[in-house]
Design a protein around this ligand. Sequence first.
Ligand SMILES: Cc1cc2nc3c(=O)[nH]c(=O)nc-3n(C[C@H](O)[C@H](O)[C@H](O)COP(=O)(O)OP(=O)(O)OC[C@H]3O[C@@H](n4cnc5c(N)ncnc54)[C@H](O)[C@@H]3O)c2cc1C
Length: 570
Amino acid sequence: MIVHDIVIVGGGLAGLRAALEASEYADVAVVSKVHPLRSHTCVATGALHFPPAPNEPKEMYLQETIKGSDYMADQDAVEVLADGAEVEVPWLESWGVIYSRGRDGELLRASPGGMSTKTGIIVSSQWARELVMALQEQLWRRGVTFYNEWFVTSLLVEDNLCRGVTAIEMKSGEFHTIRSKAVILATGGFGWVYARTTNSSVCTGDGAAMAYRAGAPLKDPEFVQFHPTTLYPRGTLISETARVIGGTLINSEGERFMRRYAPNFMELAPRDVVSQAMQTEINEGRGIGGKYIGLDLTHIKIEELEQILEVTNIPLSFFRRRLAEFAELASVFAKVDIKEDVIPVVPGQHFWMGGVKTNSWTETPIKGLFAAGEVACVSVHGANREGANALTECVVFGKRAGQRACEYIKNEELRPVPKEKIRKEEERLYQFFSERGEHSVPKLRDELRQTMWEKVGLFRNEQGLTEALKKIRELKEKYTKIRVEDRSTVYNNAFIQALELGNMLDLAEATTLAALMRRESRGAHYRTDYPNRDYDNWTKHIIVYYHPEVPILTYENVVITVFKPEKRTY
Ligand SMILES: Cc1cc2nc3c(=O)[nH]c(=O)nc-3n(C[C@H](O)[C@H](O)[C@H](O)COP(=O)(O)OP(=O)(O)OC[C@H]3O[C@@H](n4cnc5c(N)ncnc54)[C@H](O)[C@@H]3O)c2cc1C
């Protein structure tokens, strides 16, 4: 049996940041189902927040993040995020991360969509892979153990104490138990639950589902972000920068329709506002070809940008590079020349604001179990995440997870692992091989993803959500009789995908149920049958507990410290 002080599940930004903190005081292992450099973090375009900005007090960042969350973020947690970022961002630079700098040598600052504060800064290569690489190098130096391509299947929890994990070594198919005094979950989001998503196919919500089944509740699972501009029909993300440099959104009548939805911020309103506006245009018959919206970059002339953007320190070479990137994506994936024609775009799932409920020290209600990054819900994003706040969340709360786990294990001994649970888990896994069920995993998965997109997507209503719930429950029933054709032990992806599907189904059910329960429209959650925000009755979080028959829902008030809920206009 393998033993470590602290096991971190996930090799993305949150996991590695936690590992760096914890490895200073403890024996740490990182377990990851893909190599850390293939974590979803590595495809993020690499902007994170560094408040305060020159001439902009930190309060401005707080206010815009909280307004952006539609007053659903816990305001004390957002303060932790802002304070943490102030320390973390320069610290990361001292560990080898290179940020883009402007012509004056100062950090290159920009305001992501929905915010006017210029606290967003950009990692130099523009990809968050830089962050992961810098941290990974430091972890190698420290001798942290990596179990890459190991798939964690369950958390070993008994008497409300987390004592380790079970995992499959994907190369050999071997089953392992890893004992530890504490476990930090950093397994990212669950975007693959949706048919249209910017997320990698590894984002299947495994950690959240495992924690949920082990007794840690989910918080606000119904809040799912849809990014406005994903390439039609593939779903590849076209970053907000395309609109920051002046890209406009037009409908089939050639109208810049955002005028009607967000007259001040226009295309740079928050993601929930822009996505809902785009989908409304398509639904009301003003989509181009009835299917998509046009992202128009035909008029962009790099030389004129300086004037348009009224910025002083962003070098034009930066915009030139980004524009070239959009041109390539549009040409390769949509056969469009951006100088001549609009890029076809539609909204697509992008981020999960909900997740495993934690406090601002990343503690879950299970002792010894911590969660940070996209898998967790602290909550700093509330009903809608502002651009560049996810990477900031990963570094700030990743660090806190490492720190708190180390404090926790000081007075904690290695407890015996629940042998019966391990035996049952092994039995559960190998039954996939011994039984020949009737249902195919890809088929059930496709049905789930399509159902979630159609009925638990941008626009929701009681009828659609009820139908979705019924369908998900049917799929769960069928899941008990699935078939895994591939019987090999070496890199058996069919087997791994079967396990992932089980996780996706549990999270889909919790998300749909919470969406059905929240009878109001707030941030990314839009109910056509309850189109108004209900600040009086619904400024509360939905907490979902696992139950083998039907999930159990409870509520918790949102923490409001300074910024009182008010009408959200842009
Ligand atoms: C295309 C795209 C662009 C984005 N751009 C930005 C941006 O510019 N700025 C910003 O702030 N945010 C951005 N985001 C969001 C942000 O990138 C993510 O929220 C963040 O990177 C998540 O990091 P994480 O460490 O929580 O998880 P991830 O990076 O997703 O890592 C999850 C880790 O968990 C491991 N794992 C999962 N399940 C298991 C299992 N069963 N067993 C073992 N290991 C497991 C995986 O191997 C992986 O290492 C973007 C997201 C996307 C999809």
